[in-house]
Design a protein around this ligand. Structure first.
Ligand SMILES: [Zn+2]
Ligand SMILES: [Zn+2]
Ligand SMILES: [Zn+2]
Ligand SMILES: [Zn+2]
Ligand SMILES: [Zn+2]
Ligand SMILES: [Zn+2]
Ligand SMILES: [Zn+2]
Length: 248
């Protein structure tokens, strides 16, 4: 052993070999230092799985996996040896099969050959089909075939449409301002105040308000007397006047 290795082992830095079973029949593993032969105080527990196998002479379908070192059962599962599926009769879709090992039966009832989907009536969106072997009937709802959106009434912005086949009705309620396309101009609510404005939908009458920083749109000043001029806001009618000097 080199000096460096000896010093390393003295301060606890060993050079470990691979994990090995401490003894046969016990799955605790240990490891040794290849330089000084110390055995690590930490251990590890690890089975050695063997091949999956049926329990001998049991006639059952449970398979187990044993540890080849300690013989413990590590895992188990059931695996049958199923024979072919056989139909119960010519007019039935029920099929059976039996496990050739343990005799356990199982059955299923599924249909493989269908007629085409057909509407149940000319004014219905329901469809059905039949199993060609046993006659079992399956049904579903086909998607509707909607016509165009139309206003529900002359004074409403809600729209409706109907399925062209079954007359199923859908409604699209006017929720947002975009759903009303007949807005009037924004107009001041109060005379003399450009801040609060309102507009309404000329179809359904829905009203909307908004508040704006007041911003009048003034006309030119016009004389009202020898010393006074006045201007008006084109929107709200607010008035302002000012004194003017003698212009003569
Ligand atoms: Zn060592
Ligand atoms: Zn074991
Ligand atoms: Zn079985
Ligand atoms: Zn069937
Ligand atoms: Zn429909
Ligand atoms: Zn409207
Ligand atoms: Zn104004």
């Amino acid at each position: 052993m080199g000096l460096a290795g000896k010093v390393a082992c003295q301060v606890g830095i060993h050079s470990w070999q691979r994990w090995r079973y401490r003894e046969f029949g016990n799955c605790t593993k240990v490891r040794d230092c290849r330089r000084c032969g110390t055995i690590d105080s930490h251990t590890r527990f690890e089975h050695s799985p063997s091949e999956w196998a049926y329990i001998a002479n049991s006639g059952e379908c449970t398979m187990i996996q044993l540890c080849s070192n300690c013989s413990a059962v590590i895992d188990h599962r059931v695996e049958h040896s199923w024979a072919e599926w056989v139909y119960e009769s010519d007019r039935s879709c029920v099929r059976k099969q039996v496990c050739s090992r343990c005799g356990e039966p199982q059955s299923r009832n599924d249909h493989e050959s269908w007629t085409k989907w057909e509407f149940t009536s000319p004014d219905s969106c329901d469809q059905s089909r039949k199993c060609t072997r046993c006659g079992y009937t399956d049904s579903r709802s086909a998607p509707h075939n909607p016509g165009i959106w139309e206003y529900e009434a002359p004074n409403s912005c809600d729209q409706v449409r109907f399925c062209l086949r079954c007359r199923h009705r859908e409604t699209r309620y006017a929720m947002s301002e975009r759903d009303h396309d007949n807005w009037t101009e924004w107009r001041p609510v109060h005379a003399g105040d450009c801040g609060w404005q309102s507009r309404s939908c000329s179809r359904c009458g829905k009203k909307e308000m908004r508040q704006r920083p007041p911003r009048h749109e003034w006309s030119e000043y016009e004389p009202v007397s020898a010393t006074t001029e006045r201007r008006r806001c084109r929107h709200c009618g607010a008035e302002e006047s000012r004194k003017v000097g003698n212009r003569r």
